[in-house]
Write a protein that binds this ligand. Structure first.
Ligand SMILES: [Zn+2]
Length: 135
């Protein structure tokens, strides 16, 4: 049984061994990234996979509410809360997470109307990724 606040998942032993081998071989590099345990490594890999497939955004059920001159208001069904994402001086900022990069920020870059608006202002966004910001 895992300790309190943790859950265990059963996977094939051969898969487990492969993951563990990778972890052992890259322990030093991972430690520099703040990953100090095998469980932490597995969690990081899962999050990265989710991020790549946009599953987190989908599972959060984000919808865009309104697009304004300098910000977008989203509705986050999971939080049951409106979230504002601002664009100012070539910067983007989520007021809910107080962050420049979060699910909300990544989501607004997938809204065509927002991408068009930002493109007009010198941003370059391709497939949800910011390639260039206005200087
Ligand atoms: Zn956010």
């Amino acid at each position: 049984m895992p300790r309190e606040g943790y859950k265990s998942v059963a996977i094939k032993e051969s898969d487990f061994k492969q993951f563990q081998e990778y972890y052992k071989e890259h322990k030093e590099m991972l430690r520099k990234q703040g990953i100090t345990t095998f469980a932490g490594f597995v969690t990081m890999v899962l999050y990265e996979g989710f991020d790549e497939k946009n599953w987190l955004t989908e599972s959060r059920q984000l919808t865009h509410f309104n697009v304004y001159e300098d910000h977008v208001t989203l509705f986050d069904k999971k939080l049951d809360h409106l979230v504002d994402v601002y664009f100012r001086n070539g910067k983007v900022f989520c007021t809910f997470d107080e962050a420049e990069d979060c699910d909300h920020v990544r989501f607004v870059f997938t809204i065509p109307k927002v991408v068009d608006m930002l493109t007009e202002r010198g941003w370059r966004i391709v497939e949800g990724k910011v390639l260039k910001r206005p200087s």
